[in-house]
Design a protein around this ligand. Structure first.
Ligand code: GYE
Length: 320
């Protein structure tokens, strides 16, 4: 009798264990994430969003910082493959040169999700989906703001200097193209200098100093591919004894808090929003991908334009 009861208890216990199996089977999803670096306020917010979303979602996140170097990203992806993670997500530093390592991931049957930046590959099956902003449109929005300003001063010529993002990166290529497309054909708007500031404040300042040395009072507009470079350039303009936002109109992209502060101080004229808070969406898509559900090949983020006049009103709502 006792034995029987014990046996029954044992059976019940193993049945309970069996019902636990699906839960065990749903072991936390492991994601390898290769981040670009820590070059800007935008990137800091993006990293925080991904780590926080992974934590909330119970995703086991293996996070690697590439320090803006493609070779580090390739190494990180190879190590994720070796560790047999469930899914790889990454924000490619530059567009080209990822074909080989992506083929290795495909051969290992590990799905790849691109976040924030795109890659340039002929075989689109090398990644499952791409979640990120439309950088060409951001460039267009930046130029449209300038067209509106120029319309208020008919006949006035605007000499523009451009601070490009990281050479070969999707946001630098696309933001340049979108801006150029809109100003093309307008004889009053000319880009007189264009150089990379690698998306950082320090480089933005350094390159703006060189622009000012070469062109000085000739410069009417600065178009910076991100807020950090604009903020660095603002410093250079002030040190040259000029008034940023007045003597030189300043347009930038991202919409980070630092840009809102600069707008409220009258030193930046407009920022085009680029939303870095991609974490929650990335975790959701990763689950769908691993579960074999169909996902769209391209997922874009809806964004706004914030001119200086709206800065004080919008500032309390900003989350990054
Ligand atoms: O605009 C810039 C960052 O890829 C959208 O990278 C991102 C860009 C962002 O360094 O600040």
């Amino acid at each position: 009798m006792v034995v029987t009861r014990r046996t029954m208890l044992r059976l019940a216990a193993s049945a309970a264990a069996a019902t636990c199996l699906p839960a065990l089977g749903a072991t936390p999803l492991t994601m390898g994430f290769s981040q670009v670096g820590a070059e800007s306020e935008w990137r800091t917010a993006n990293t925080a969003s991904i780590k926080e979303a992974a934590g909330k979602d119970g995703v086991n996140l293996k996070f690697a910082d590439a320090q803006q170097k493609q070779e580090n990203q390739v190494k990180a992806i190879r190590s994720f493959i070796a560790q047999r993670v469930d899914v790889i997500a990454f924000s490619p530093v530059v567009e080209s040169g990822f074909e080989t390592v992506l083929r290795e991931a495909k051969a290992a049957k590990i799905p790849v999700i691109l976040t924030d930046r795109a890659v340039n590959v002929t075989d689109k099956s090398l990644y499952t989906t791409f979640i990120g902003s439309d950088f060409v449109e951001e460039g267009r929005l930046a130029a449209r703001w300038l067209l509106q300003q120029a319309a208020k001063t008919p006949g006035k010529k605007y000499n523009i200097v451009e601070l490009q993002g990281t050479v070969g990166s999707a946001p630098a290529i696309d933001r340049k193209a979108g801006f150029a497309e809109v100003i093309k054909g307008n004889p009053n708007l000319t880009i007189i200098r264009s150089q990379t500031g690698d998306f950082t404040r320090a480089k933005g300042k350094e390159v703006m100093e060189a622009f000012l040395k070469a062109q000085g009072n000739n410069i009417n507009v600065l178009y910076a591919h991100n807020d950090d470079m604009a903020i660095g350039a603002i410093q250079a303009i002030e040190e040259a004894g000029m008034k940023p936002g007045k003597d030189i109109l300043i347009i930038s992209i991202d919409g980070v808090k630092g840009a809102f502060e600069a707008m409220m101080a009258g030193k930046l004229n407009v920022t085009i929003e680029c939303n870095p808070l991609l974490g929650p969406q990335l975790m959701q898509i990763a689950r769908d991908v691993v579960a074999g559900k169909p996902v769209p090949k391209r997922i874009t983020v809806v964004e706004g334009v914030f001119p200086a006049e709206q800065a004080a009103r919008e500032f309390p709502n900003r989350r990054y």
